[in-house]
Design a protein around this ligand. Structure first.
Ligand code: SF4
Length: 333
């Protein structure tokens, strides 16, 4: 399948009075046409900074992409001018943010907000833009689109507002949609509807999706592949099956075991002891070492290389590295 996005060794820092935060530290992944990749991890792991870096939305200063490349259809977005980037955002790559209320302008009708982007980018007449907006509202499941176009955001429920935000993101038919925690601000039943909507939209339009989330339930529903992030690095990637059923990294195992289960009512929730490392001065070795029950001497000294467990399943953990396995075996003799 054709690769639409290739992120290679991406580094992003934020310079503050207290020092430099190394928010993203060598992230690499790719995304194929029509595929959904979920990037998961706890707050502060760098997943939203990664998606903002793809869109070149890192505020500078204090933020800076210090190294690496983000190739969209072969073109390195870290090297294009801001003017060129403005013509890519919303047209080739669109973004859906967490809170639909802050993403919409409360003083403008839905119709105006839907049509302003397409009029600017595709040079359409008012009636052509309106026709397109009506089609998009139908695609995202808004009933009576003719009437709804004249209404303001406060006249819609939270779920409906998120559908409208998705319609705005899709109206210029982008090839890549980045959804940053798109269901976090919604209640559970609406979350399920929005996730189904992503699925339907992908089948109807063939758009590639990057889904940023901390919610493994969301991931289980919609992702084709999953990248797990920790302390600014991707520590495990694989298909949904690899990550849920052949989990190898101790952090991913911890994340999965901390998901509440309906079949284990009454038992205590599991949590990962400890806290993530300070990204002002990240450790040289594995950033999970201080919380890992399997940590070895080498874990604190060197960051583990990537080990390929299959075509898609890759992990950064010394437990999977043949060199560490041999050392362990030798020291236990
Ligand atoms: Fe644990 Fe070592 Fe693997 Fe890190 S590299 S997750 S510390 S075993």
């Amino acid at each position: 399948m054709e690769k639409i996005l290739e992120v290679e060794d991406l580094h992003v820092t934020f310079t503050t009075y207290g020092g430099t935060v190394q928010a993203v530290r060598g992230v690499s992944f790719d995304l194929h046409k029509g595929e959904t990749l979920a990037i998961v991890g706890e707050s502060g792991c760098g997943k939203s900074v990664t998606s903002n870096a793809i869109m070149r939305l890192i505020p500078s200063p204090p933020g800076k992409i210090t190294k690496g490349s983000v190739k969209f259809k072969g073109k390195d977005l870290t090297k294009v001018s801001e003017k060129k980037m403005r013509s890519i955002r919303g047209v080739d790559i669109s973004m859906v943010f967490q809170d639909p209320m802050t993403a919409l302008n409360p003083t403008l009708t839905i119709g105006t907000q839907l049509t302003e982007g397409i009029k600017e980018h595709q040079n359409l007449s008012n009636s052509e833009a309106e026709k397109k907006a009506l089609q998009m509202l139908e695609l995202v499941g808004i009933p009576n689109p003719d009437e709804r176009m004249k209404q303001y955001p406060h006249q819609f429920s939270g779920g409906m507002r998120q559908r409208i935000v998705i319609a705005i993101a899709l109206i210029c038919q982008p090839e890549l949609l980045i959804a940053d925690e798109p269901t976090t601000a919604l209640d559970v039943t609406i979350q399920a509807q929005i996730l189904e909507l992503f699925d339907e939209i992908q089948q109807a339009t063939g758009v590639s999706i990057i889904l940023i989330t901390h919610d493994l339930g969301v991931v289980a529903k919609v992702a084709d592949r999953i990248a797990v992030m920790y302390a600014g690095k991707i520590i495990e990637t694989g298909t949904k099956r690899d990550i849920f059923y052949k989990t190898e990294h101790p952090y991913t195992k911890g994340l999965l075991s901390s998901v509440p289960r309906l079949d284990q009512r009454g038992s205590e929730l599991t949590s990962i002891e400890g806290t993530p490392p300070d990204l002002f001065a990240p450790p040289e070795g594995c950033p999970f070492a201080a919380r890992c029950e399997f940590a070895m001497v080498v874990c604190n000294k060197m960051y583990p290389d990537e080990t390929s467990l299959s075509d898609e399943h890759r992990v950064h953990c010394w437990l999977q590295d043949e060199r560490a396995k041999k050392l362990q075996a030798a020291s236990s003799k």
